[in-house]
Design a protein around this ligand. Structure first.
Ligand code: PEP
Ligand code: MG
Length: 847
């Protein structure tokens, strides 16, 4: 007679068995997570040890739990410490909720990657909801795939988890995140919690949320500055608690950057004027065009007696499709779009959210169609978020709505083909981030929403794309018929809905005028920029790839002032070899026609880490092994890069630049190395060798360095950090890490004077070069090259052309005696206002 309490677990992988107490992770070896077996795998696909349901699947794909027929929860965890790979190298072949058969492939993994980056490949199979199960070992030696390993018998006293027997730790923290625990901070907490075995909950206002669920955390409505309690239960509860406290108390830099830029302070006011709707400016600008509606999906009626298995499967496939699409968008985001990346990451986390999925699956189990079940789950959570009285959290409901629509489109097979009139003003109740990504591919003039807020993710994305956007306009907006000619003056928070032909023509002229100024600046950008008294200022671009270089050339770059070569090295499992580096550098030179390219040698360490080059943990990473110091510790890496650089052609157009130089001997040693490598390669032409001036020591030694360097480029980002002793990524100090500080200006002057003694030129490639207020100052101090972000080339060149270098010299000398960065900034504003007040100068600015 079959015994339903007894199941057999078969080997999920082939390979020798390792005694559980010898697994190199105390969480497993101590048995606290449960009893079972461990295998050192020789194959790369994890198979199901028995039939069952996938009841847990780590988002990072390295572990899953199957619930077997007798209730045993079988945890399969590939490798030790593999959560830190954050999903790289793991491809789940099943989804949460799937019913699997014995031996069905579950997860494919990259054995080389795991072996190189993690403590061990040893994979454990444990019963995680013991002790209500008796285990009998059937095979203890080398396991063959599928061979019977364990007999697991339910003894009738199953417990759900062992949390009760685990240690627990609790502590308090004050929320530092801007706007409280909304989607992105909640996702950060969830990710932090995932790094530990302990279960973590957050308590606020007598309510609790599991940190595994974004919606549950957001649903607590925790505001900025609120105090929360964290409770961790499990074998590593103390460590988890400390990490979570730090995560609650530390607002991330990208979050700081994502804070809306100061916008015109306009409140929605009653729409008193006829033909006028008022709203809140979410992205500034002026636009006009015909109204086009963008509406959500309407679901077909539901009979309510659907087959749950089919509907579960349909929802799983739709979720997988959306996950895949978000992942693809995420991978293709251009560099520097950290805000958009964070939004997509939060969306990915929401797709796995246990509270949302649990709710949807419960409805499916009672016969509801997958689309309705998913919609219902999202609507419920949206209502919770909107009822909290926190505008920022209410806006996060829009992210949920976005996911609702995306999953519904995947379920219903709708692919969105927008048909919009040219230069449309798109109107919607509330647009979602993916709407915006879709709209960005069309000719859209502006955006207008009945709901929404200026801090929503959509607002952040609209600003990044320069699309004028008005939010919180009210429901009256949705009553306007498609095709209505609109004037959207986002700067003033107004939407004109009954503009006369005369008004439309006037706005058209203004829009055209703004466009023409930008176009004129862009057209003139192809020519070099000289000051009115004839001084040539090269305006180059900072880039990270050949594609960005081509774009910079089109924008009028006189050259590349900084190629951050480390971007070729990061986000990949192994270092690029010499041939790959050579062709990447050559591609940048080729993209720049006849213009010079400065390639900075690898600058990792500090905030930029390489997975395949683990550096020792440092108390102060930005004061540790970074920049050229790394090349001294790992000379083979730098030699390989220098060899690649020596082989690009023509060498005359390639300039090599060294980051973080602090003394003359470093430069001399590298020049000697470069000569030796060139001799070995038989290369006679030699690239120029320059130095970044980004630590005060280098600026103070500029005259001595100039004896051996061909040029300097001032890295004002690091120079500010090291001069002012303020972390450049410190959110709380961001406003004070200002490179217009008089101390910085003195160092820049010293650098220019030292370089001039040996006839060397000086550029600036830090962010100060892109700040229009700083242009007269830098020109005045003797800087000959400004390396800026590509879209700003036209504007900076136009500015240079209206300056008088000798007036700039006088002006900048006066700044050196000022008392603070704020005083310098004010003086720069006054100087710019004066230039605008002079008609000749103003006219020149528009050329
Ligand atoms: C700088 O420090 O100003 C600079 C340009 O280098 P990075 O920002 O890459 O450190
Ligand atoms: Mg730097």
């Amino acid at each position: 007679m079959p015994n339903n309490n007894k199941i057999i677990l078969h080997a999920p992988l082939a390979g020798p068995q390792v005694p559980l107490d010898q697994v190199p992770d105390p969480v497993f070896s101590s048995g606290t997570l449960g009893d079972g077996v461990a295998i050192d795998p020789v194959n790369d696909v994890l198979h199901a040890p028995c039939a069952g349901e996938v009841v847990q699947l780590a988002r990072t794909g390295h572990a899953l739990t199957l619930r077997a027929a007798n209730g045993a929860e079988v945890l399969l965890h590939i490798g030790v410490d593999t959560v830190q790979l954050q999903g790289r190298g793991f491809s789940p072949l099943v989804a949460l909720g799937d019913q699997v058969t014995q031996d069905q492939p579950l997860i494919r993994f990259d054995m080389d990657l795991v072996a190189q980056h993690c403590v061990s490949l040893v994979t454990v199979m444990l019963i995680s909801n013991g002790p209500g199960f008796g285990l009998k070992r059937l095979e203890t030696r080398c396991a063959q795939l599928g061979v019977a390993l364990l007999e697991v018998e339910a003894t009738g006293n199953t417990v759900q988890a062992q949390a009760a027997s685990h240690e627990s730790a609790r502590g308090h923290a004050r929320v530092a995140h801007h706007g409280g625990l909304h989607a992105r901070p909640a996702a950060l907490l969830r990710q932090t919690a995932q790094g530990f075995q302990s279960q973590a909950v957050l308590r606020f206002a007598e309510r609790e949320a599991d940190l595994g669920s974004l919606v549950a955390v957001m649903g607590l409505g925790v505001g900025e500055g609120a105090e929360v309690e964290l409770i961790c239960r499990g074998p590593d509860s103390q460590a988890a608690l400390q990490a979570l406290i730090a995560a609650v108390q530390t607002a991330s830099v990208s979050e700081h950057a994502a804070k809306p830029a100061p916008l015109p302070a306009i409140k929605p006011s009653p729409n008193a004027e006829p033909g006028m709707l008022n709203g809140v400016c979410a992205a500034p600008g002026l636009a006009l065009g015909p109204l086009a509606r963008l509406d959500g999906i309407s679901l077909p009626a539901d009979s309510g007696d659907n087959d749950p298995a089919e509907q579960h499967q349909a929802l799983n496939s739709a979720l997988a499709e959306v996950r895949h699409a978000i992942d693809r968008d995420w991978r293709h985001l251009p560099r520097g779009q950290e805000d958009a990346a964070a939004i997509l990451e939060a969306h990915l986390a929401l797709l796995d959210d246990p509270a949302l999925l649990g709710d949807a699956r419960q409805h499916i189990a009672s016969g509801v169609a997958a689309g309705h079940a998913w919609s219902h789950a999202i609507d419920t959570q949206c209502q919770v978020l909107r009822s909290l009285g926190n505008p920022l959290l209410a806006e996060r409901a829009n992210d949920l709505y976005d996911l609702q629509q995306r999953v519904l489109r995947a379920l219903l097979g709708e692919t969105r083909q927008l048909r919009l009139p040219p230069s449309a003003i798109v109107v919607a109740h509330e647009l979602t981030p993916s709407d915006l990504l879709l709209l960005a591919r069309h000719d859209v003039a502006g955006l207008c929403m009945a709901a929404g807020g200026a801090t929503s993710h959509v607002a952040i994305l609209a600003r990044a794309r320069g699309l004028p956007c008005l939010v919180a306009v009210g429901e009256a907006l949705l009553e306007l018929p498609a095709g209505t000619p609109l004037v959207l003056d986002a700067d003033q928070g107004r939407l004109e809905t009954q503009a006369t032909a005369q008004r439309l023509a006037e706005v058209q002229r203004q829009v055209q005028q703004r466009r023409e100024i930008r176009q004129r600046q862009q057209a003139a950008a192809q020519a070099s920029a000289r000051t009115r008294d004839g001084q040539l200022i090269e305006v180059a671009a900072n880039v990270a790839s050949a594609e960005e270089a081509a774009q910079a050339l089109a924008e009028g770059a006189d050259g590349i002032g900084l190629l951050r070569s480390e971007f070729l090295f990061i986000d990949r499992p192994t270092a690029p070899d010499e041939a790959e580096q050579r062709s990447a550098y050559q591609a940048v030179l080729d993209a720049m026609a006849e213009r010079p390219v400065i390639i900075r040698t690898i600058d990792v360490g500090g905030d930029k880490q390489l997975d395949y080059l683990p550096l020792p943990a440092e108390a102060n990473p930005v004061l540790g092994l970074r920049g050229i110091r790394l090349g001294q510790m790992r000379p083979e890496l730098l030699d390989q890069q220098l060899r690649a650089l020596l082989q690009v052609s023509p060498q005359q157009r390639c300039r090599i630049m060294l980051p973080m130089v602090t003394e003359v001997d470093e430069l001399v040693a590298i020049r000697q190395r470069l000569d030796r490598l060139a001799d070995e390669l038989g290369v006679t032409a030699r690239a120029e060798l320059g130095v970044m001036i980004e630590v005060p020591a280098a600026a103070l030694l500029a005259e001595r360095l100039a004896e051996h360097a061909d040029f300097f480029s001032i890295g004002t980002n690091d120079l500010s950090q090291y001069t002012l002793a303020m972390d450049r990524d410190h959110a709380g100090l961001a406003a004070r890490v200002d490179a217009l500080h008089p101390a910085l200006l003195r160092l820049i002057e010293l650098t220019c004077q030292g370089a001039a003694k040996h006839d060397r030129w000086v550029g600036v490639c830090g962010a100060l070069a892109s700040d229009p207020l700083a242009t007269p100052v830098l020109v005045g101090l003797g800087v000959a090259e400004l390396s800026v972000s590509a879209p700003q080339i036209g504007e900076i060149k136009a500015l240079v052309r209206q300056l008088d270098a000798s007036a700039c010299r006088r002006f900048s000398q006066g700044l050196l005696g000022l008392s603070s960065a704020a005083a310098v900034r004010q003086a720069c504003r006054d100087f710019a206002a004066l230039a605008h007040a002079q008609p000749a100068a103003a006219a020149a600015l528009q050329q």
